[in-house]
Ligand binder design. Structure first.
Ligand code: PHE
Ligand code: ZN
Length: 883
C-alpha cells in the first residue's frame, strides 16, 4: 500500500507541448510467421527543432535500430518505461528503421496486434501502436502509412490494412504479400491490420460526385449472411452524411471486419473499421430489435468518424470528446432521422441520467475534457461520449440547424487534415455565427451535473408569468468551486385545460408558443408577457441541457403535462417525476417498516396515457419506471436494496390496478403483428419494433400483476421463439421468478443456441441480472459453461458486468456480491487490464453507501488495491474510489 502512489505517472492537459519531430512517411512491413510476427518500421523523421533527444513510445521486443543506414549500438540508445531514447539524431530529415518481434497469440490485452480464433487483428486507440513498434504514438503526429504484409497463403488468405490495395504478389514456400497505401495522413491510433481466413460480403455506394465506393464486410465464413443488415445500414449512413452534413466519403473502399474478441464496440481505423461481432451480425432469430438498432447506430458512428475523428482528429487525448461527443451527436441524429425521433431521444436521456449522472456524482467525476489522467483507457467514459454529445447538442439548440451547419463547415474549412482541440471546435461555432461562446467553455472544464431550482408565478393583473431559475454545480473530487454555466432551457406554457398558451418575451413583438431561454447567471428571472391565463410551465423540453431541474409542480400539474404536453420528452418526463415521487414515498414507508402506499391516481394517469392516441414505442417508454440509480440520484448513505424493493412495490401496485389495461394492450399488440402489412413481420422494422417493445414491457408488468402470465408465456413460447425480440422479451419477463419453469425455459434456450456466441451472451445476461435468490450460485455455475470464457470481453460484460449492475445481488447485505466481483477483477486484471478496470467501476457507489455495506465494500477495494502487480488501469480507479 505504501508504494501505491510512488510510480504513478499523471498526465496533465496543461503540460501539453507540440511534438519535437514530424514523420514525413512511414512504411511498415509485417512478416507473419507461425508463432510470432516481425515488424520492420521504416520512417522518414523530420526534426522540428534542433538538439532535441529523439524519444519514441514502445514496449515491443526490439530487434534492431538503423539510423540513416547505420545500425545503432546499444550505447547509442536507451530503452526504459515504454520509451526508446536515441541520444543523438541529425538536425535534419533522417531515416529510422526499427525492427520488433511480436507474439500475437500470447497477447490477451486485445491491444496492439493480437490473435482471435486463428486470425490476427489490431487495436491501437489510444496507445496500442506502441505495442507493435516504436513511434511517436500521439494523435498530433500524422503521417502517410504504407503497409506490406507477408504471410502464408493458407493461413492468411486475406491480409488487410488501411487505404487502397496498391500491389500484391506470390512468394516461395506458399507465402504471398500485399501492399496497402493510405493517401491520408493519420495518427498511429488509426492504423489497422487484419489477416486470416475471412469471408466477405460486398456492396457498393455511389457518392453524390459519382465515385463508386466498394463496401466490404469481412466475417467468419458461417456469419457472412448475417452482415446484410449492417451493409444496408452503412449505405444509409453514407447517404445521410451527404444529405444532412454535406460530407462525402473520400476513399474508394470502406471495409468492416467483425471480430468476437474486442474490448469495445468498434473502431474507426481509416478505411478498415474493426467491429465487435455484436455490432455487425444480426438475423431476426438471433438478434433483438434493439440489437438491430444498435448495429445501425454503431455502423453510423464509425462511418461518421471518417470526417469527425479521422480527417480532423484530436491534438491530444484530453480532447477525446472533440471526436467522440461530436460523433455520438451525429449518430444520434442519424438514428433519429431514420425513425422514432422522440423515443430515441428519451432512450438517450435515460442512458445519460442513469449512468453518466452517476459518474458525475461519483469518485471518477471528470469534465468532458478531462484535465488529467493516469491511464487513458479509463477515459472512454459516459462523460466524454454521452455528456460530450449533449454539449454538442447544446450548440445545436443555441444556434439552430443552419447555424450549427455553418459552424461545421467552418470547422472543416479551417482544420481538415489537422489535429485540433475542443476550443478550436467552439471557435468555429462561434465565428461562423458571430456569437460569443466564451462562457460555453465551462461545459468542457467543469465536472458535475448542474442542478436548477426553479419556481414561477402568474400575475393576472399584468398578464405575466415569471420564471425564477437558480443554478448550482455540485463540487466534484477534482474541483470545489464552480462558475455559473450557460444553460439553454427550452420552455412552453400550458393552460389548465392542457392547451398551449402563447406568450411574448420582453424586447420583442413576436408572439410564440415556445422559446429557448439562455440561462447563464447564478440566478435569473425570465418574464413571459401577454400570458392570457394561469399556466403550468413545460420546462427543459427535449432535455435541452444535461442538468437536473426541479420545479415545485403539484401532482396534478404533472398529470396535466403527462396528458397534454406537445413536447414528447417533457410529457415523458412528467411521468418519470410521478414515478420518482411514488417510489420516494415507498422508500419512506419501507424504511419505517410500513407497507408501501397504494398509488391509485398514478395508475389512472398512466392508464389514460396508454389509452391515448400515441405510437406504441412511445407507450412502451412511458411504462419505464426510472432505474435505481436515477431514483437515488446524489443521495448519501444509500441502502441499494431499499430502492429495489420500493421500485418493485410500485410496479406491483400499478400492475395490479392496471391488469385489464395491460392485457388489453398486449392483445392489441398481438393483432398488430398478425395483421401487419409488412411482408415479413418477424423481421426488424421500426414500426413492428415499437409494437414488440410495447408488448415486452407489458409482459414485464403483467408478470407482476398475475401468475397467469407465466403460464401464457410457457404455452406460447415455442411458437413465438422464432423471433429473438419475442424470445428474449419472454425470458426477461420471467427471469426474476423463482418458479422452476423459468430455469427450464432458460436451459432450453442455452441448449438451442449453444453454438451461437452472441445469443449465448444473452443467456449470460439473463443469469447475471436475475433477482432470484439463487443468482450468485447460477452465475458461479455459468462460469463453468463451455460457452463462457473470461478472456472474451463480451462474455465478461454479459455475465459479470450484468451481475455487477444487479443492485440486489451485487449489493447483497452479506458482501458476497462484492467479494465475487473483486475476485474476478483480479483474475481478469492479469491479462486484460482494460476490461478489469471497467469492472472496478462497479464499486463507484462506495462513498455514498450506508455504513455496513460501505465497510464490506472497503474490504474488497483494499484487497484489489493491495494486489501485487495490479495494472495501472485498475489502480487508478481503485485509488480514486478510496481516496
Ligand atoms: N473510438 C472507438 C469509437 O468510439 C472506441 C474505441 C476506443 C475502440 C478505444 C477501441 C478502443 O468508435
Ligand atoms: Zn467513437
Amino acid at each position: 500500500m505504501l508504494n501505491m502512489s510512488e510510480n504513478k505517472v499523471v498526465h496533465y492537459l496543461k503540460d501539453y507541448q507540440a511534438p519535437d519531430f514530424a514523420v514525413a512517411d512511414i512504411n511498415l512491413t509485417f512478416s507473419l510467421e507461425d508463432a510470432y510476427a516481425t515488424v520492420l518500421n521504416r520512417m522518414t523523421v523530420v526534426p522540428r527543432q534542433a538538439d532535441k533527444p529523439c524519444v519514441l513510445d514502445g514496449s515491443a521486443e526490439l530487434l534492431q535500430i538503423v539510423l540513416n543506414g547505420k545500425s545503432l549500438c546499444p550505447h547509442e540508445y536507451a530503452v526504459a518505461d515504454e520509451k526508446l531514447i536515441i541520444h543523438a539524431v541529425p538536425d535534419s530529415e533522417f531515416v529510422l528503421e526499427i525492427t520488433t518481434k511480436l507474439y500475437p497469440a500470447q497477447n490477451k490485452t486485445l491491444m496492439g496486434l493480437y490473435e482471435s480464433g486463428d486470425n490476427l487483428y489490431t487495436q491501437n486507440e489510444p496507445e496500442g501502436f506502441r505495442k507493435i513498434t516504436y513511434y511517436f504514438d500521439r494523435p498530433d503526429v500524422m503521417s502517410q502509412f504504407t503497409t506490406t504484409i507477408i504471410g502464408d497463403k493458407q493461413r492468411y488468405p486475406v491480409m488487410l490494412s488501411n487505404g487502397n490495395l496498391i500491389d500484391s504478389g506470390e512468394l516461395d514456400n506458399g507465402r504471398h504479400w500485399v501492399c496497402w497505401r493510405d493517401p491520408f495522413a493519420k495518427p498511429s491510433y488509426l492504423f489497422a491490420l487484419v489477416a486470416g481466413q475471412l469471408a466477405v460480403l460486398e456492396g457498393s455506394f455511389t457518392t453524390r460526385s459519382g465515385k463508386e465506393v466498394a463496401l466490404k464486410f469481412y466475417t467468419r465464413p458461417e456469419d457472412r449472411a448475417k452482415a446484410g443488415f449492417a451493409l444496408e445500414s452503412l449505405k444509409h449512413a453514407m447517404q445521410w452524411d451527404e444529405d444532412r452534413f454535406n460530407l462525402e466519403y473520400d476513399l474508394n473502399i470502406f471495409m468492416v471486419v467483425a471480430v468476437s474478441d474486442f474490448n469495445m464496440g468498434a473502431m474507426e481505423n481509416k478505411g478498415l473499421n474493426i467491429f465487435n461481432t455484436k455490432y455487425v451480425l444480426a438475423s431476426s432469430d438471433t438478434a433483438t430489435d434493439a440489437d438491430f438498432e444498435a448495429i445501425e447506430g454503431v455502423i453510423g458512428h464509425e462511418y461518421f468518424h471518417n470526417w469527425t475523428g479521422n480527417r480532423v482528429t484530436c491534438r491530444d487525448w484530453f480532447q477525446l470528446s472533440l471526436k467522440e461527443g461530436l460523433t455520438v451527436f451525429r449518430d444520434q441524429e442519424f438514428s433519429a432521422d431514420r425513425a422514432s425521433r422522440a423515443v430515441r431521444r428519451i432512450h438517450n436521456v435515460r442512458v445519460l441520467r442513469s449512468m453518466q449522472f452517476a459518474e458525475d456524482a461519483g469518485p471518477m467525476a471528470h469534465p468532458v475534457r478531462p484535465a488529467s489522467y493516469e491511464e487513458m483507457n479509463n477515459f472512454y467514459t459516459l462523460t466524454v461520449y454521452e455528456k460530450g454529445a449533449e454539449v454538442v447538442r447544446m450548440y445545436h439548440t443555441l444556434l439552430g440547424e443552419a447555424g450549427f451547419q455553418k459552424g461545421m463547415q467552418l470547422y472543416f474549412q479551417r482544420h481538415d487534415g489537422q489535429a485540433v482541440t475542443c476550443d478550436d471546435f467552439r471557435a468555429a461555432m462561434a465565428d461562423a455565427n458571430g456569437v460569443n461562446l466564451e462562457q460555453f467553455a465551462l461545459w468542457y472544464s467543469q465536472a458535475g451535473t448542474p442542478q436548477i431550482k426553479a419556481h414561477g408565478e402568474y400575475d393576472a393583473g399584468n398578464r405575466t408569468f415569471s420564471l425564477h431559475l437558480q443554478q448550482y454545480i455540485p463540487p466534484t473530487p477534482d474541483m470545489a468551486d464552480k462558475q455559473p454555466m450557460v444553460i439553454p432551457v427550452k420552455v412552453g406554457l400550458l393552460g389548465r385545460d392542457g392547451t398551449s398558451v402563447v406568450f411574448r418575451l420582453a424586447d420583442t413583438d413576436a408572439v410564440v408558443e415556445e422559446t429557448v431561454l439562455v440561462f447563464n447567471q447564478a440566478q435569473q428571472t425570465f418574464v413571459f408577457h401577454d400570458v392570457a391565463q394561469e399556466v403550468v410551465p413545460s420546462l427543459l423540453r427535449g432535455f435541452s441541457a444535461p442538468v437536473r431541474l426541479d420545479y415545485p409542480y403539484s401532482d396534478a400539474d404533472l398529470m396535466l403535462l403527462l396528458a397534454h404536453d406537445s413536447d414528447s420528452f417533457a410529457r415523458w418526463e412528467a411521468a418519470q417525476t410521478l414515478y420518482r415521487r411514488a417510489v420516494a414515498a415507498n422508500v419512506v414507508a419501507l424504511e419505517a417498516n410500513q407497507p408501501a402506499p397504494h398509488h391509485a391516481e398514478l395508475a389512472e394517469a398512466i392508464t389514460a396515457a396508454l389509452n391515448a392516441d400515441i405510437d406504441p414505442a412511445y407507450k412502451a417508454v412511458l411504462l419505464q419506471v426510472p432505474t435505481e440509480a436515477e431514483l437515488w440520484e446524489d443521495a448519501q448513505s444509500i441502502n441499494p436494496e431499499l430502492y429495489v424493493r420500493a421500485r418493485q412495490a410500485l410496479l406491483q401496485d400499478l400492475a395490479a390496478s392496471m391488469e385489464d389495461t395491460l392485457t388489453h394492450w398486449r392483445t392489441w399488440a398481438d393483432t398488430q403483428e398478425q395483421n401487419s402489412k409488412h411482408a415479413a413481420p418477424q423481421e426488424y422494422h421500426p414500426d413492428l419494433a415499437g409494437v414488440r417493445s410495447l408488448r415486452n414491457i407489458l409482459l414485464q408488468w403483467g408478470v407482476q400483476a398475475s401468475a397467469q402470465v407465466l403460464q401464457t408465456i410457457a404455452s406460447e413460447y415455442t411458437q413465438r421463439a422464432t423471433n429473438m425480440t419475442h424470445e428474449f422479451g419472454m425470458l426477461s419477463a420471467i427471469n426474476h421468478l423463482s418458479d422452476d419453469k423459468r430455469d427450464e425455459l432458460l436451459n432450453q434456450f442455452a441448449q438451442r443456441h449453444a453454438h451461437d456466441d452472441l445469443v449465448m451472451d444473452k443467456y449470460f445476461v439473463l443469469i447475471g441480472s436475475s433477482q432470484r435468490a439463487d443468482t450468485l450460485q447460477q452465475v458461479q455455475a455459468a462460469l463453468q459453461h463451455p460457452a463462457f470464457s473470461l478472456e472474451n470481453p463480451n462474455k465478461v460484460r454479459s455475465l459479470l458486468g450484468s451481475f455487477s449492475r444487479n443492485i440486489q445481488h451485487f449489493h447483497a447485505a452479506d458482501g458476497s456480491g462484492y467479494r465475487f466481483i473483486a475476485e474476478h477483477i483480479l483474475r481478469i486484471d492479469g491479462f486484460n487490464p482494460q476490461v478489469a478496470s471497467r469492472l472496478v467501476q462497479a464499486f463507484n457507489l462506495y462513498g455514498r453507501l450506508e455504513p455496513q455495506r460501505k465497510a464490506l465494500m472497503a474490504e474488497q477495494l483494499q484487497r484489489i488495491q493491495q494486489h501485487e502487480g495490479l495494472s495501472k488501469d485498475s489502480r487508478e480507479i481503485v485509488d480514486k474510489i478510496l481516496r
